[in-house]
Design a protein around this ligand. Structure first.
Ligand SMILES: *[C@@H]1O[C@H](CO)[C@@H](O)[C@H](O)[C@H]1NC(C)=O
Ligand SMILES: *[C@@H]1O[C@H](CO)[C@@H](O)[C@H](O)[C@H]1NC(C)=O
Ligand SMILES: *[C@@H]1O[C@H](CO)[C@@H](O)[C@H](O)[C@H]1NC(C)=O
Ligand SMILES: *[C@@H]1O[C@H](CO)[C@@H](O)[C@H](O)[C@H]1NC(C)=O
Ligand SMILES: *[C@@H]1O[C@H](CO)[C@@H](O)[C@H](O)[C@H]1NC(C)=O
Length: 454
């Protein structure tokens, strides 16, 4: 009997993924190009009459900031300048004249973590010498450079450090009237830590390093980070942060990892080296045969909009860690390469076979077309180019971004909020939406005793 060759051929053709050959940088770049292009089919902020720097529903404001950071890295790693203009436009529009990324439109929902993700895009722009924004606006008033934006966000967050509960820490929400103001969370503090550490490295200013140490120590003391370098999501401050929300997300490990690596690079201290190594070790819970997965939601199919992007940040920050702390290279790269190869195998969707799936471990497209999924795939695919590019610049090694250490008006007056807006808004409306899943799901996953509970 003849084997059903035609059927076999059909099956192979149907699951054809983008070409992604780890040993061929041109293949990697062209895969990244296709995946980025597909991601940007969702973005219209650069079109006339649209609002620069916003993604349409259901994507929250912070995810656009994360996307521009992915695109800065994309440009640096692949050399493709196609999206530089829309990145510049979106970032400068949302940064505002103060550079703090606190546009009035977002005051109903803006958390410290949301602001942090935008600041990361500015910080990466400075570290990569991304083309500078214009130095003045159309009315000739001076506008902040990338470094000044990162510093402005740092200044606003340092001023928000809150000793009144839990012996310190940043709250999740910035404004008192928002739901989540009583939650102190790991990602908000992790963003502040990461930003401070990178500012210390870039500027050489010890004040930033002192803040990074302070945030790290607090995270450990309050118990959001364990002795084994695992990270819980956060805790309610009304009972002194005594009851942790034990859910674990890839991005929390990632955000502390790169901060620790930057502190190691800045101080060259064995303590920070051990911290860096320790976080890498502990993050092995997020890998299955070296392929990254979002363990808190993928196995039970509950990953929400925000969460679908999280793996991308761990990939981005692992890659950056190999530059800040080159001793980690041999441990990190096999994981990034295996994850990238698996992620590429999910990119079989859409007309151009470049729409990717959420679960890299399945190596299959899941029928979704989602910015977060696409961004995470882009981040991991491009991360394997990291050894081919220069490490981040600093002020002493060619960094040219305009700074302003005093920028950002550390204590801005509270914005005027109409009475009607003082509502308890949907808690899902922010980067820290991890808590929503945590509160709703009381689950025990898997065979390794991985518990997730509120
Ligand atoms: C980006 O903007 C500059 C200045 O407006 C323009 O000259 C250039 O053609 C634009 N590049 C792309 C790729 O659109
Ligand atoms: C705020 O919303 C208005 C109205 O939609 C829009 O014109 C403006 O560009 C928005 N501002 C920012 C910074 O997105
Ligand atoms: C990390 O793992 C390596 C290899 O298993 C081990 O030798 C090392 O002590 C660990 N380091 C930390 C800080 O946990
Ligand atoms: C700090 O980073 C630079 C740039 O990647 C690297 O050359 C240097 O080895 C790093 N320092 C340490 C102590 O790892
Ligand atoms: C260092 O950073 C601190 C905190 O932002 C700032 O007050 C100080 O002016 C900076 N020092 C220099 C020399 O830039």
């Amino acid at each position: 009997m003849q084997p059903p060759w035609h059927l076999l051929f059909f099956l192979i053709a149907a699951v054809q993924a983008i070409d992604y050959d780890l040993d061929n940088p041109e293949s990697i770049k062209s895969a990244c190009q296709s995946v980025a292009q597909q991601m940007l089919t969702h973005y219209t902020g650069n079109l006339p009459g649209d609002n620069p720097g916003n993604l349409p529903d259901p994507y929250y404001w912070w995810e656009a900031g994360a996307m521009f950071n992915a695109l800065i890295e994309y440009w640096f790693l692949t050399g493709d300048t196609s999206y530089n203009n829309l990145t510049m436009q979106g970032l400068t529009w949302q940064a505002g004249s103060s550079g703090t990324f606190m546009p009035a439109n977002q005051t109903r929902t803006e958390g410290n973590d949301d602001q942090g993700f935008w600041a990361f895009a500015a910080m990466s722009a400075a570290e990569r010498n991304f083309p500078d924004p214009p130095s003045s606006s159309s009315d000739n008033s001076p506008t902040p450079g990338w470094l000044a934006m990162a510093q402005a966000v740092f200044n606003t967050q340092a001023a928000r450090w809150d000793d009144s509960t839990c012996s310190g820490g940043l709250r999740w929400q910035i404004f008192t009237w928002n739901n989540g103001y009583n939650y102190k969370n790991t990602i908000s503090n992790g963003c502040f830590f990461n930003l401070a550490a990178r500012l210390a490295k870039y500027t050489g200013n010890q004040t930033y390093a002192d803040w990074a140490t302070k945030v790290w120590d607090w995270t450990r003391e309050v118990g959001f980070m364990t002795d084994e370098y695992r990270f819980w999501d956060g805790a309610d401050d009304r009972n002194g942060c005594a009851e942790y929300n034990h859910i674990e997300w890839t991005y929390n490990s990632g955000v502390y990892l790169l901060g620790a690596a930057a502190m190691f690079n800045f101080t060259e201290s064995p303590t920070w080296k051990a911290h860096t190594q320790g976080i890498i070790n502990a993050s092995s819970v997020f890998f299955e045969d070296d392929v990254m997965y979002e363990r808190a939601c993928e196995p039970i199919n509950t990953c929400e909009v925000d969460q679908r992007s999280f793996k991308g940040y761990l990939a981005r920050w692992m890659a950056a860690t190999t530059q800040m702390a080159p001793f980690t290279f041999d441990t990190i790269m096999p994981k990034l390469r295996a994850s990238a190869q698996a992620a590429a195998a999910t990119c079989t969707g859409g007309a151009r076979q470049s729409t990717c799936g959420l679960e890299w471990t399945s190596r299959k497209w899941d029928g979704m077309d989602d910015v977060g999924i696409q961004m995470a795939a882009l981040e991991v695919l491009q991360s394997t180019l990291i050894s081919r590019v220069d490490p981040p610049v600093t002020q002493d090694t060619g960094g040219t971004s305009r700074g302003n250490p005093g920028g950002g008006d550390a204590s801005p007056p509270p914005p005027k909020v109409p009475e009607g807006l003082r509502i308890r808004i949907d808690t899902a409306d922010r980067a820290g939406a991890g808590i929503l899943t945590a509160v709703m799901s009381f689950v025990v996953i898997g065979s390794t005793g991985w518990m997730v509970y509120e």
